[in-house]
Ligand binder design. Structure first.
Ligand code: CUA
Length: 338
């Protein structure tokens, strides 16, 4: 088929698909370091990143070889080819080379991939996927009851921690890209992944399995701490909630009680013992509110309580239409639960 000059020009113009690809690439710029497999901050993530770079290099080399051969045949030495030479090219380049390269990459890749179920060094964290938040329970070595938290995972650096995973109603997937691979979470079944973070810092975890309307809003912070800091934090996390310190916070605690928040939420040391929603005993000390949705500021707490259904579609917690003063007091109370 011959192509006229105007047709060539038309073919080179950016089409919808080109623009789409450009837009897609530009979104990659937004892949921050806190949630990136290319920012490996744990043993397992390091192996995965190495595998990626070597596979990418292998793919680039093969691509250059194939296209180089193509260019050579079509531009440098076009025309009829000696049959014996052509057979060598076909068998060598088309069968032997890919089999050797792909087999060696496969064997090497399989040997490198971390065992996601390596036993840990003692600490076990049980994480349950809910719609759409994370129930988190810490079981230190020898503990008889868990220390309950939510929507945040804290880990000691330099140790391997077992994360035991399950789910409430639908399948979710636990994933902290900077620390390791992902693992599915099933209702009625327990899976396990262990992580060995190597850098102190805050990383972002995200549910990686579609689980309903607010799947994209199911995130959490994975905070990696020095072992001593972690022990101090865990000890503080195990305590009951601090009593409200100001008059406004005390009024907020009354609002919390009157509105029946305790039917769904637990604030240890108070009458609130609900198990439906996240434990709020130390909610004021967390990195995020609503499972990565908002910050834990008074403004965001107020926004969350009054607009849950807008901020997280189909969430089970209804939006509360409180008087502005009551909402402010309630936010002060929750902010103070550090
Ligand atoms: Cu939970 Cu997607």
């Amino acid at each position: 088929m011959t192509v006229t000059a105007p047709e060539r020009v038309a073919r080179c113009r950016p089409t919808g698909r080109h623009i789409g690809i450009l837009l897609l690439l530009s979104t990659l710029v937004g892949c921050g370091r806190e949630q990136s497999t290319l920012n490996p901050s744990g043993q397992d993530a390091q192996s995965i990143a190495t595998l990626f770079w070597v596979m990418l290099a292998g793919a680039v080399v093969l691509w250059l070889l194939v296209n180089g051969a193509f260019y050579y045949m079509s531009r440098v030495r076009p025309g009829e080819m000696n049959e014996r030479y052509a057979r060598h090219i076909l068998i060598g380049g088309g069968i032997v080379l890919p089999v050797v390269v792909l087999t060696s990459l496969l064997v090497w890749g399989l040997s490198l991939l971390p065992d996601p179920r390596q036993p840990g060094d003692g600490l076990v964290v049980r994480v349950t996927g809910e719609q759409w938040w994370w129930r988190v329970e810490y079981w230190p070595d020898g503990a008889e009851a868990p220390i309950v938290s939510a929507n945040e995972l804290r880990l000691p650096v330099g140790q391997r921690t077992e994360i035991h995973l399950t789910a409430d109603r639908v399948i979710h997937s636990f994933w902290v890209p900077a620390l390791g691979g992902k693992m599915d979470m099933f209702p009625g079944r327990e899976t396990m992944i262990s992580l060995a973070p190597e850098k102190v810092g805050t990383f972002r975890g995200q549910c990686a399995e579609f689980c309903g309307a607010s799947h994209a809003w199911m995130a959490f912070a994975a905070v990696v701490m020095e072992p001593g800091d972690f022990d101090d934090w865990l000890e503080a996390e195990a305590t009951d909630a601090v009593p409200p310190a100001t008059e406004a916070a005390r009024r907020g605690a009354t609002v919390f009680q009157e509105q029946g928040c305790g039917a769904c939420h637990t604030v240890r040391g108070t009458d609130a013992v609900g198990q439906v929603g996240p434990d709020l005993t130390h909610v004021g000390g967390r990195e995020s509110l609503g499972a990565g949705r908002l910050k834990v500021t008074r403004e965001d707490i107020s926004a969350w309580i009054s607009h849950t259904e807008d901020l997280k579609p189909e969430v089970r917690m209804p939006s509360y239409d409180l008087a502005p003063d009551a909402l402010e007091d309630l936010a002060r109370y929750l902010e103070g639960l550090t």
